[in-house]
Design a protein around this ligand. Structure first.
Ligand code: FAD
Length: 558
């Protein structure tokens, strides 16, 4: 049995930042990561990180833009923390070793991003996530009292009487299962976009910690809010960063029209993501797209120099995955699933409803993004709320009683795993996952109808039924991805069920959640979060008021 004061599950930006804070507060810290930390999805982030570093811009502007972007569903106290800490966070990351692009005068360069009143996105070309992750990892590597368990997959979060006790995890290298007792646990396992086939998320983005926390009794929040990024390469669904539009890229439909003039006359291509995604989907649906069902993103007018220095990775992606040279050709794009606004519900102290359990990053939902996240606010959230989670977990762990994780807890988790692993026949996890992805793509997309959502509910329930008979063909203990795929599919199914249940309940259109049968936002009835909790009868739904401090809801225009 391993023993730590604070155990962080996940080593992306949120997990690493939490671990750093907890160890610097004097606690013993363990970090579990199913991947090598530098392979976390954070490394894929391209466009940048927001911070209002003046001269005209201020945290107040950043707060307002974020609240407006969220379609007023964000909790404004949490947004204030996010935006007020943005400048110090970026500067701290620079001191940790992240190299950002510079303006000619030597200051941090800033690019325009969607939904922002000023250029406030700080970037490292189009590889900002990797630059941040490397800087933070170097800083973390200096701490001798952190033990990083690379390639260990958490398979259970144990809580008793509403108090967390620790985690049970599987060593992917050897197949060993071990208990990790901890006074405090931080969930930072990142996104869960892999329930969609058309996603920008990496293969490991399967929502493990979010689902395990849910199974342990934690509330999830804002699950119905699924973000589609306007510009992805159809087929591979590789992201073309919003930074491409921030640098001046424009969108055209099949008739050569710059159609964003009709949807967002002021901000055009730099309206918020929900608006631009709907615009592209509408153009294609109404027959104004290109024959291959896309719209085009044009960068050619920016010139070779700018494209190949500030958008180097985009050039590579287009060449390697679409056979296109964006210096001379337009890029065919269509919206793809990109980000989950929902996750483990926390307050602005990163606390969940389970004592000692904290959550941060994309796995969590403090609700700074509400119904629609602004580009470049997520990297910021991982660092700001990762730090808060680490600090509060450390403070709590310093006084908390010893963890009561027992060998019986480990044995129980092991037994549950072996029910799946030892089965002699049954359904292939790959087939069920494919079917899940089809259901989500066809029924829980940019536009939602009650018929489609009810179909999704029925089909996800059927898939859960089939999952009860899932079969792992590979019985070996070394890097058994067949086994971990099967576990991850279970997490995706649980979370898909929550997304659909909340999407059926919310009878209005707000941010990324657009119901064709309820096309208007309805503040009188729906200015509230939906919470989801696990129950034997399935997801149990309840409500939580939105915290409004400075900005009363207004109609959104871009
Ligand atoms: C292609 C792409 C581009 C993006 N670009 C931007 C951008 O420019 N700006 C921006 O603000 N946001 C961007 N985002 C969003 C942002 O990158 C993510 O929301 C953020 O990086 C998530 O960080 P995280 O620390 O929460 O999770 P991750 O970085 O995904 O880390 C999750 C960690 O959890 C671990 N883990 C998962 N399951 C388990 C388990 N069962 N046991 C143990 N460990 C586990 C993994 O090993 C990993 O270390 C982008 C996202 C994508 C997909």
């Amino acid at each position: 049995m391993q023993k730590h004061d604070v155990l962080v599950v996940g080593a992306g930006l949120a997990g690493q930042r939490a671990a750093l804070e907890a160890v610097r507060a004097g606690r013993s810290v363990g970090v579990l990561s199913k991947l090598h930390p530098l392979r976390s999805h954070s490394a894929a982030a391209q466009g940048g990180i927001n911070a209002s570093l003046g001269p005209q811009d201020s945290p107040k502007d950043h707060i307002f833009d974020t609240v407006k972007g969220s379609d007023y569903l964000a909790d404004q106290d949490a947004v204030e923390i996010l935006c007020n800490d943005a400048g110090p966070t970026v500067i701290e990351m620079e001191h940790f070793g992240t190299i950002f692009n510079r303006a000619p005068d030597g200051s941090l360069d800033r690019r325009a991003f969607g939904g922002a009143s000023y250029n406030r996105t700080i970037f490292s070309a189009d590889r900002t996530g990797l630059a941040l992750l490397q800087g933070l990892y170097e800083e973390l590597s200096r701490e001798k009292r952190i033990h990083v368990f690379e390639e260990w997959t958490a398979i259970d979060i144990v809580a008793r009487q509403g108090v967390v006790q620790g985690v049970v995890a599987l060593d992917r290298k050897s197949g060993a299962i071990e208990g990790f007792s901890a006074r405090a646990v931080v969930v930072a396992t990142g996104p869960f976009g892999r329930m969609y086939p058309n996603t920008t998320n990496s293969h490991a983005s399967t929502g493990d910690g979010t689902a395990l926390a849910y199974r342990a009794g934690a509330f999830l929040k804002d699950m119905e809010m699924v973000q589609f990024h306007p510009t992805c390469l159809p087929g591979s669904w590789i992201l073309i960063t919003e930074g491409a539009r921030g640098e001046g890229g424009i969108l055209k439909n099949g008739k050569g029209e710059r159609f964003m003039t009709r949807y967002a006359p002021n901000k055009l291509e730099l309206a918020s993501r929900d608006v631009v995604s709907r615009a592209i989907a509408t153009e294609v649906k109404e027959g104004r797209g290109f024959p291959d069902g896309t719209c085009h993103l044009e960068l050619m007018h920016l010139g070779k120099e700018k494209i190949t220095t500030k958008l180097q990775e985009i050039v590579e992606f287009c060449r390697n995955f679409a056979g296109i040279d964006p210096v001379v050709e337009a890029i065919p794009v269509y919206p793809g699933q990109h980000y989950m606004m929902g996750g483990v519900s926390t307050n602005p102290r990163a606390e969940t409803n389970i004592t000692g359990l904290y959550a941060a990053g994309e796995a969590a939902c403090v609700s700074v993004h509400g119904a629609n996240r602004l580009g470049a606010n997520s990297l910021l959230e991982t660092l700001v709320y990762g730090k808060i989670a680490g600090a509060n977990a450390a403070t709590y762990a310093a006084k908390a009683p010893e963890s009561g994780l027992t060998q019986a807890d480990v044995d129980l988790a092991t037994k549950k795993l072996h029910v799946i692993w030892d089965r002699k026949q049954g359904e292939s996890p790959a087939k069920i996952r494919q079917d899940l992805q089809k259901v989500m793509k066809e029924n829980v997309g940019i536009y939602r109808t009650p018929e489609e959502l009810l179909t999704a509910q029925k089909k996800v329930a059927e898939l859960k039924g089939r999952y009860a008979n899932v079969y792992v063909q590979d019985k070996s203990t070394t890097y058994n991805v067949n086994l971990t795929d099967a576990l991850e599919l279970g997490y995706l199914l649980d979370l898909a069920e929550c997304i659909v249940a909340a999407a059926i309940l919310r009878t209005e259109s707000r941010g990324a959640h657009v119901r064709l049968d309820f096309p208007k936002r309805d503040d009188a009835n729906w200015l509230k979060h939906i919470l989801v909790q696990a129950s034997p009868a399935g997801p149990k739904l309840s409500f939580l008021p939105v915290t409004v401090t400075s900005y009363q809801p207004m109609e959104r225009h871009y």
